[in-house]
Every structure is written in C-alpha cells, then in structure tokens.
Design a protein around this ligand. Structure first.
Ligand code: ZN
Length: 255
C-alpha cells in the first residue's frame, strides 16, 4: 500500500474514532453549554455548596444550593437529559448539606429516606436521580416509601395544585416505629412533596429528624412569612466536609 493511502486510512480511522467518542463522551458543559466535558470549572464553582436552612409549608430543610442559573441548568440536565456525567458536583453539594443536617447527632441513629420518583419519571429516566447522588455519597437509602397512588409530575403546578396533587400520594411500605430518618429530595419548591413524604413516614410511626434537599427554589416574595432563612456558620470549602469525623457516620458512611 502506498504511503499516502495508508495515511488516508489512518486519518479516516482517527476521525471515525473521534466521532464515536463524541457520541459517548459529553462535549458540552451541562451548566453553560461551553465546549467541555461534563461540567466546566466555572460551573463547578457555581455548584459549590452553600448549605442553608429554608422553611416551606412548615417544614425546615437543609438546602445545598439555590435553584436557578447554572444550578438549574445542571440539575435539569442531570435529571431530564441523562447527563449523569454531571452527578459528581451535585453529589458533593448534597453531601455537604447532609453533613450539616446530621452534625452533632448520634452516629448510626439515623436512616436516609429518599422521596421516590413517580413510575413515569423512573421509566423516562431509567434511574432515580436522588438515589444515584446518595450512592455517590456512599449512602444507600432505606426502602421506606412507595407511591400510594399515581400523581402528576409537580413541575408546572402552582402551590395549591401541588399540595392537592401530593396529598396522600405516598405511603410507608411497613411500620416504622422507633426508626428515625433524614428525608432527602432533589428540588424543594413549595414543600408539598416533602410535606407529603414526612406525613407518610410519621403516619407509619417513624420520625423525621432532618430534611435535606439538593436545591431550593427561592419563593417570590408574596407574603412576609412565606419564607424564612437562617444564615448558617461558614462550613469551609466544599472539599473539607468529608474531613469532619463524626459528622458523616453510619448510615452516612462517606464514600
Ligand atoms: Zn460551564
């Protein structure tokens, strides 16, 4: 074979390989769309956890991030566009909020209960977003809740509609007497889903010690008491949460 023919074959093979890789490996940032892999450095910075306590529907929750901008882009890409490559910074954020929520609590006393996805969402995604993030944190949630009846996705519904849609939608799989839980969900909006999950756990005899969400949607200022925020102590860099021994203990075994 002549040398230039061989070179043409090599170039063709190389281009074909790169094309194949482009299909397998994300080539744009899930946060800003810039040509990059998974999440670019700037967007990772925007996902740096800033855990704070927010209150919705009478329930206080630790939220790792504020939903909006890059956070919303990455969370949506992760949940709805199969961008599981964006999971790492989201898991880091969730872990930081979990660590804050269980700080000072007796080791091993708490179990993690994730709010279950609807069957339709599970079918569409092929994975449970919260469970997958918890797995990256080295946490396997207890199988506690299941859907008591089908419900619509909460997205696009107003506060009242969400409450009506959520009420009675969940139930515990069994009695939960003497068991204490940290309830975990992805995005907190009006709090209707979390309130329903808490209702289902306590109705079965379980107790909710803390609520943790990946991100919270700031409420529009519609009333003076619609939202309350509690500024929290500086938790240091996003990377040092795992170094706080005793904070993340079984069942919060750190990965
Ligand atoms: Zn980016």
């Amino acid at each position: 074979m002549a040398a230039d023919s061989l070179r043409r074959v090599q170039v063709f093979a190389r281009d074909a390989l790169l094309d194949a890789c482009a299909l397998l490996v994300p080539v744009s940032c899930a946060g800003c769309g810039a040509p990059d892999r998974s999440v670019c450095a700037d967007c990772v910075g925007a996902l740096r956890p800033r855990p704070e306590v927010v209150t919705r529907d009478g329930i206080s929750a630790w939220a790792a991030l504020e939903y909006g901008g890059v956070v919303a882009q990455v969370v949506t890409a992760y949940k709805d566009s199969s961008r599981t490559d964006a999971a790492a910074p989201l898991a880091r954020a969730l872990h930081a909020a979990l660590a804050e929520a269980v700080a000072g609590r007796p080791a091993g006393a708490l179990e993690v209960c994730a709010v279950p996805s609807t069957p339709a969402a599970m079918r569409a995604r092929g994975y449970a977003p919260v469970d997958a993030l918890l797995a990256r944190c080295g946490i396997r949630p207890s199988s506690v809740l299941r859907l008591a009846r089908d419900r619509r996705d909460q997205a696009g519904l107003g506060a009242e509609a969400r409450r009506a849609n959520a009420h009675g939608a969940l139930e515990a799989r069994r009695r939960l007497d003497e068991r204490r839980f940290v309830l975990v969900d992805d995005v907190l909006t009006t709090g209707a889903t979390i309130a329903e999950a808490a209702r289902a756990v306590t109705a079965a005899g379980g107790a909710i010690d803390a609520v943790v969400v990946l991100a919270q949607t700031p409420l529009r200022r519609s009333g003076p008491s619609s939202e309350s925020r509690q500024p929290l102590r500086d938790i240091g860099s996003a990377d040092d949460y795992g170094g706080r021994t005793g904070v993340v203990d079984p069942p919060f075994r750190s990965g």
